[in-house]
Design a protein around this ligand. Structure first.
Ligand code: ADP
Length: 319
């Protein structure tokens, strides 16, 4: 293998730049040429492809977002779109591809592998919802952003003796809500993977009031509904007024934490190593602090498991 490509796709996450840097530097270190494909699969179809040098990825390890930009591309879901993509790869002489993204992007990577094009996936998403890896690139940074925001909300919640409902990202996975809830001592955490109800939330508020606690923090993963819906449901049952905060896209941005930068560097480098070894259709990940790789199709057919012990722990510690 002499020339490889790298792209970022789907939702961006802090640390993607550190992963791009690792891919580029590791490849050049081993004598390969590297091509940056801009705007994910869209840029692959459009031929928005440029050669990257050591200096192209200088000064980006600490930056959020992705210098390669990202996009969603319906055309790539069609056979015709993918045939154009393969032609573009051939035109540039690219023989292997690193795809940094979430499960949607990996569906695309599988399709390329099925067409005989060596592709390796690197898990980059703030949701931490990819099986086969303990952590995805961006999760730790997003978590720290959420915690910083909740700490500030907690100050005003305590001063005004109010109940705050905070909506965090996580359509299918409650990791951001669960981890931030434990890290911030939230009174209630509503996530798709758990059965807690509005009645449970109300019971906790009332239990707190009985011991003189007049404020509480309730975290809602967007997958279970909006914070406004939860506020309305609480109001209907109890007449308790709540304040709603939707953290939204601030969770996606910001300078990556040290953990995310190191993870991205290790995973990006491993992806290049696998391409050099002639592997394809694999996803790199980290499990028990070891860099591993799995069949990407297996990853897509499994479901990410949330840490059940932490759900119980959160309930035990917020009595
Ligand atoms: P994420 O990677 O963050 O989960 P998306 O689900 O939006 O993001 O997927 C990113 C892109 O991956 C899509 O816009 C599309 O180009 C490509 N993709 C997703 N699913 C498929 C599929 N089944 N076949 C081919 N490409 C796909």
């Amino acid at each position: 293998m002499k020339k490889i490509g790298v792209l970022t796709s789907g939702g961006d996450s802090p640390g993607m730049n550190a992963a791009v840097r690792a891919v580029v530097r590791k490849a050049i270190f081993h004598g390969l040429e590297v091509y940056g494909i801009y705007q994910g699969y869209k840029g692959l179809i459009d031929g928005h492809i440029e050669k990257l040098e050591v200096g192209s990825v200088g000064d980006i390890i600490h930056r959020g977002g992705t210098i390669l930009y990202t996009a969603r591309c319906e055309e790539f879901k069609t056979e015709e779109g993918r045939a154009i993509a393969i032609k573009q790869l051939e035109k540039f002489g690219i023989e292997g591809l690193v795809v940094i993204g979430g499960d949607g992007s990996f569906q695309g990577a599988v399709k390329l592998t099925e067409l005989g094009f060596p592709t390796i996936g690197v898990p980059g998403t703030i949701d931490n919802d990819i099986p086969g890896t303990d952590w995805t690139i961006g999760f730790d940074t997003a978590l720290n952003t959420v915690i910083d925001a909740i700490d500030k909300i907690r100050d005003t919640a305590t001063s005004h003796e109010r109940q705050f409902i905070i909506e965090v990202m996580g359509r299918n996975a409650g990791d951001i809500a669960l981890w931030s809830g434990v890290a911030d001592g939230a009174e209630s955490i509503l996530i798709p993977e758990d059965t807690s109800t509005i009645d449970d939330v109300v019971n906790r508020i009332e239990q707190g009031k009985q011991r003189g606690k007049e404020h509480s923090i309730i975290i809602v993963a967007e997958g279970v509904g909006t914070a406004s819906d939860v506020a309305a449901a609480i109001k209907e049952k109890t007449d308790i007024d709540t304040r709603v905060t939707v953290l939204g896209h601030i969770q996606r941005g910001g300078s990556p934490t040290a953990l995310d930068r190191v993870l991205a560097s290790r995973l990006g480098a491993k992806a290049v190593e696998l391409l050099i070894e002639g592997q394809q259709g694999r996803m790199v990940g980290i499990q028990e602090n070891k860099i591993v790789h799995h069949d990407i199709l297996d990853v897509l057919t499994k479901k990410h498991e949330i840490c059940k012990d932490m759900i119980s722990l959160a309930k035990e510690l917020s009595i």
